[in-house]
Ligand binder design. Structure first.
Ligand code: ATP
Length: 285
């Protein structure tokens, strides 16, 4: 096999809480992560020119060593000691960028999975997660996917019962948010109300869709939504169209609503898309 094409799925946060800060400056978190159908297509092909080249259909995504997919390939070869014969990576980008949806991390995870198959290294998920963690705290989750409780800096993962199936309308307003900048401000803006993570886990265990929707909550909104009125505006539109719950994902600015009723989801999608072109109608995986 010389080439492999994988779907690299985005994630949303059903909850996000910040629980502390480590000496190295990283924050510890407790969050319920959920994969959604929206995905990039990542193609990895062996070549024989000794180079790692990357192409992407979005001009504003870096294609050099700053791209997490390239960094993932370098980390794979460093870990295995294999000599890279040459690689061509292509990313067809559908996930909004710098949006709180782990777009770069999921591309990196897809490259690690692809290389493990292409080079028949059989590293297994645990080792791939170790390599992934050197690239970013969300990469181990992206390797595993599904519904997970993520603790530590995001890398301590406990599987949760799958979330009840529903539609998701995701909307990214036309500005990017730096994850690092939002985390740098959260200590001074921590809200008094915190997510009911245990309640969310219980609702998932009981397949209680309404319980999940009522517990969507992200402490990062105290930083990002306070600065950007668009997030409140998107939530208002989602809820006025009949979303069963709505929240911001990650450090934002993407804001999403969950819907049981496809007609309401379509109405929310149509209304938001007219204002914010980077709006997507997808589903919980
Ligand atoms: P997270 O939720 O993990 O914080 P995010 O969704 O907020 O991630 P990304 O889409 O990963 O953010 O983009 C963050 C930055 O990473 C962008 O500014 C972009 O330049 C850079 N980047 C590097 N590799 C990629 C990639 N494969 N796809 C998208 N952005 C990438």
């Amino acid at each position: 096999m010389n080439s492999i094409k994988l779907d690299a799925h985005a994630k949303i946060n059903l909850t996000l809480d910040v629980t502390g800060k480590l000496d190295n400056g990283y924050h510890t978190v407790r969050m319920v992560m959920q994969s959604v159908g929206l995905h990039d297509n990542v193609t990895v092909e062996k070549t024989d020119d000794g180079q790692i080249t990357l192409t992407c259909d979005r001009p504003y995504v870096p294609t050099d060593g700053r791209n997490l997919a390239v960094r993932a390939a370098n980390a794979f070869f460093a870990h295995t000691g294999l000599v890279c014969p040459g690689l061509r990576i292509d990313i067809c980008k559908r996930i909004p960028v710098a949006a709180g949806l782990a777009g770069g991390s999921t591309d990196a995870a897809a490259v690690l999975r692809a290389l493990d198959t292409l080079f028949e290294t059989n590293l297994g998920l645990d080792t791939l997660c170790e390599i992934g963690l050197t690239l970013g705290a969300d990469v181990p989750y992206c390797l595993r996917g599904g519904t997970m409780l993520a603790e530590g800096i995001g890398e301590v993962l406990s599987p949760l019962p799958a979330a009840p199936h529903c539609l998701v309308v995701l909307c990214k307003p036309a500005f990017a948010v730096s994850t690092a900048a939002v985390y740098a401000q959260i200590d001074d803006h921590m809200p008094d109300v915190r997510p009911d993570t245990a309640g969310m886990c219980q609702a998932l265990a009981q397949g209680d869709y309404n319980g999940v929707c009522h517990r969507l909550y992200n402490v990062m909104e105290a930083v990002t939504a306070v600065r950007h009125a668009e997030i409140g505006q998107i939530k208002d539109i989602l809820l006025s169209c009949g979303a069963d719950g709505a929240a911001m994902s990650g450090s934002g600015p993407t804001t999403f609503g969950l819907f049981h009723d496809p007609n309401k989801a379509q109405m929310a999608f149509n209304r938001l898309k007219a204002i914010f072109p980077d709006t997507h109608l997808t589903e919980i995986l």
